[in-house]
Ligand binder design. Structure first.
Ligand SMILES: [Mn+2]
Length: 331
């Protein structure tokens, strides 16, 4: 998968002890957390001093992940994090390819003198990294981290914790090994992770059977009361206001998974989930097989992502954003 010269360049960078910071995108998901923490643990085993700095906090339902408690949350400790970033030799970008995905933390990273290394699987990377591993054909950054550890000749350094972290990353980004990115190689990687000690039963329960009662009731509310199908199309959407999120006591990250629910209807080919937060609208697009929501997100909402899963944001009101979305398909 990887360019040999770039792997050699990374290998020689890591040949002497370094101060390293691992970063991943805002609102970290299973892949951002799993790949970052696995990479941090691996680099620590090589003898480097490593920190993982996240732009904001991770959801409560990822509290059980190995070493997640060591995460430095930029929003909560800006000055401390800045000190670490400015003394870092290497900063890794994991699971994002544009510094804007980290907002203010991205600005800080941009202005450090550290060598920047990107390991990511999103389309259209920005050109800021000194060494760039950008593979949109990879299922997840977790898969890439596995392949990178192997490429560096260190498969034996994958222990039960790293296996658990990488399994979580791959599980969540492949939609439980269901999306089109689930190649035979993904299954080969996961097979090794199981022999190294990842427990699928335990991890699946932790990741998917972890709702609060109000979160499940909110999901029911979204499907029963808020889901709309655009007449004459195979497109559905759900839009929820800040007031509705508050009414059900929904925390950041707890809306994960709702976006793709309308796809359970046989006829529906694409859908979008809109949620209001701090006067902004966050949008998640999901689709089946050939419907390209990456193009949709880019052309109409200045967002992006993958063919079957993309995101965007809008500064307009929820009502206007929904009208705009509907109007795209009325033409
Ligand atoms: Mn990912």
């Amino acid at each position: 998968m990887f360019n040999k010269e770039k792997v050699e360049a990374l290998k020689s960078l890591l040949a002497t002890t370094k101060k390293i910071v691992v970063t991943a995108h805002k609102n970290p998901d299973g892949d951002a957390l799993g790949s970052s923490l696995a990479w941090m643990r691996y680099l620590s085993k090589l003898g480097h001093s490593v920190e993982y700095i996240s732009p904001n906090d991770y959801p409560d339902y990822y509290k059980w992940l190995p070493i997640v408690g060591q995460t430095i949350v930029f929003e909560k400790a800006k000055e401390y994090a800045k000190g670490i970033l400015h003394s870092a030799d290497i900063i890794f970008s994991l699971d994002y390819n544009s510094l804007s995905r980290m907002e203010e933390l991205g600005e800080v990273v941009k202005n450090t003198k550290a060598i920047k290394v990107m390991i990511d699987h999103h389309l259209f990377p920005d050109d800021y990294a000194n060494i760039m591993f950008s593979h949109s054909e990879a299922s997840s950054t977790g898969e890439m981290i596995y392949d990178m550890i192997v490429a560096l000749g260190d498969q034996d350094k994958i222990d039960a914790e790293i296996a658990e972290l990488l399994y979580t990353a791959i599980l969540t980004d492949t939609g439980s090994f269901a999306y089109s990115c689930t190649t035979s190689h993904v299954h080969e990687v996961v097979s090794v992770l199981l022999t190294k000690g990842a427990n699928p039963d335990k991890i699946n329960n932790k990741v998917y059977n972890c709702f609060t009662e109000s979160r499940l009731r909110f999901l029911g509310f979204c499907v029963a009361e808020k889901m709309k199908i655009i007449e004459g199309t195979q497109i559905a959407y759900i839009g929820v206001s800040e007031e509705e999120l508050r009414r059900f006591n929904i925390q950041d990250g707890e809306t994960e998974g709702i976006a793709s629910y309308p796809l359970k209807i046989a006829e529906i080919q694409a859908c979008a989930f809109f949620r209001e937060k701090d006067k902004k609208i966050r949008i998640s697009f999901r689709s089946k097989v050939d419907f390209d929501v990456n193009v949709l997100a880019r052309q109409h909402f200045n967002g992006g992502g993958h063919k079957n899963a993309a995101g965007a944001a809008s500064n307009d009101t929820l009502e206007n954003t929904l009208l705009k979305f509907v109007s795209i398909f009325k033409q």
